[in-house]
Design a protein around this ligand. Sequence first.
Ligand SMILES: *Cc1c(COP(=O)(O)O)cnc(C)c1O
Length: 366
Amino acid sequence: MIKFLDLQKINRQYEAELTEAVNSVIRSGWYILGKQVNQFEKAFSDYCGTKHCIGVASGLDALILIFRAYQELNKLKPGDEIIVPVNTYIATILSITANKLVPILVEPNEKSFNLDVDLIEKHISQKTKAILPVHLYGQLADMASINKIAKEHNLLVIEDAAQAHGAEDQKGVKAGNLGHAAAFSFYPGKNLGALGDGGAITTNNDELARVIRALRNYGSEKKYDYQYKGFNSRLDEMQAIILSVKLKYLDIENKKRKVIAERYLSEIKNEKLDLPFFSEEQDHVFHQFVVRTKKRDGLQQFLSEKGIETMIHYPVPPHKQKGYSEWNDRSYPITEQIHREVLSLPVNPVLTNEEIKYISNVINKY
Ligand SMILES: *Cc1c(COP(=O)(O)O)cnc(C)c1O
């Protein structure tokens, strides 16, 4: 059986180093907001090229805290509209509604699966204050176009970079440094994954960083002095040191993902399915390798019978979820079709050459 994502095997590569790191935290006697979080924040902001990184409890919290901080800074207020792709993971949308902001759902580009930049302007109103692009599956959204539109209309740009650690644009600017602020997730299955939950915000804005730092810690900048109505959303010392270890290998792992993707792109030849669109302009770190076919369920079944585990990202779009029942009769045909047709193949960096060959061969026989 070829697992879709073999986290055991991925983390075993670093087991000795991780064990030593975790032991050092156990021995330190300091577990929340200490040296390890500071060191990781410094390392990750250096990696992304941003002035600040603030570690938090999850990717969803990272997004929520960005919107909350902008409200504290009077840049956003309840009822303001946020342009967001409807073809995304639910957390993207939750972060908007959790802040009493209004998501303006926009269809994706058919090829890239990312926000269709040609549709943005017609969705802008007096109330629009921000764009929240998602680098879905690890492929950068068209940030040059998005930033241009945002500048013309005086909008904030907040990246959902939860799937795109290390992706960089043609000038070498990394995800996390392509807007006003960005949110990352370190959920174990992400390209940079902790051994538990974790997230971070990156930004070059000093004020925003200061407010988020307070918000993640009950709203306090000084112990027992509460400036804001805050949260408890902290990256802990254990996850921070684990992430510092794994950050050193992120580029190597992303490279392996790209090599696997390139092999699939050249070896899979089957007219029944479309391979992911991959351009020089929008870098792709292949968090997922997603094929598209009208016969998706059949393909998934066929691969499963041949011992290949696959996943669907995602089976039901946000507007068809019960949690958003107010949108259930809306129709976003491109997004809905994508959800019916996509299938994610294993692309994790520990796949062997034989496994990649086998998967390609099996797909070619479908
Ligand atoms: C994983 C993910 C999130 C949420 O991150 P968590 O750490 O699981 O809260 C948000 N947006 C996207 C696009 C994601 O893939």
